[in-house]
Design a binder for this molecule. Sequence first.
Ligand code: TRP
Length: 385
Amino acid sequence: MRHFSVLQHLAGQLNPLCRVLDLDPAVPLDLLAGLLGPHGARSLADPPAWLSDIADDHSPVEFSVAFNDHEPPALRILAEVPGIAPGLGSNTQAAYAFLAANADRFGLATTRLDAIRNLFTAASPTSSAPTWPGSAAPTLTKSAATTPGGSFALWCSLVFRHGRDPEFKVYFNPEVAGISRAPELVEEALGTLGLRDAYRMMLARSIRPGELGRRDRLSFFALDLHDGPQARVKLYVSHYDADPADAARAAAVVPGVDPDEVADFCRSAGGPGPFDRRPLVGSYTLAGGAAQPVGYSVYVPIRDYVDDDLEARDRAAALVAHHGFSPALLHRCVAAVSRRPLGAGVGLIAHVSLRLGPPRPGVTVYLSAEAYDVTPPRSVWVPAA
Ligand code: TRP
């Protein structure tokens, strides 16, 4: 049997996704190849070179489609750039090399990145050894890759909008030096960027009492690499064993956000809770000058709360329609990525998210590449003996 390479598989999804979303595929395909580097040529018959936490099957890339209230949908790629000999340090270096190679072409603004990047460096000479719970340092094992908090140091994301240059973002791991150090790392980074006040008020009101570093974890720190008025920092909090009401409380910190809308979205996507498998995740958009966060998004790991992707797709389509977007377009995006019947697995639709407040409210659906593996559906009918 002939096996595709990693790049062939992913390009075979990206290309039709672009077509469905009316985007020119040339730049996206070029950047996908750049993200993967020499790893793009690896055969999918070989195991992944790095057990990335980007996706359950360790594909290095995840797609998402962002339906926007006031403009056409955008296509996004989240990626862990694999180093030549993959590891946290070499992946990080490869990611910076990828960004440097594209900085001039796309006018990336790296001043803020340069100001904070050393804070979030894995095992930098100045930081002490990582202190992971149960002393399990991030290693190349399946369980480490699925450990809450995950093992990564730097991810990149690319956003493609009709007729515009792509936008670049980076994601740092606040827990890169240990769970307990995450709050201080984030505070220092946000202080450097002039956003400490918004952070303090957000923390004080959105974390359940005594749960910071326990059931409420600082999971991602995202930075836009452009200079415009919309350049943002996003801070993500994962709420383990949470109810829709917990997400609603966390959202209520943000002026103008309707907490009930957040709770309704969680329930429609994942049921009444508690969300005791993968966590509910919330993100706060922090913008220069504002003493409070300006936007909030909630991410529901829908794949843990459905039997199969048929159910996930129907729920996602209902949410998309409820928020005024086209379920038919979602169906076409799912078909572009899927390589199997939707009832034959679970996890193709990994998360669904609701974005509230500026700069772009809407709904996002995350689509797994499933380059390496498909998770079997949860309930399989077996004939009685
Ligand atoms: N795969 C990881 C997870 O599900 C990280 C991740 C990828 C993620 N895309 C995401 C987390 C979207 C939240 C939202 O946790």
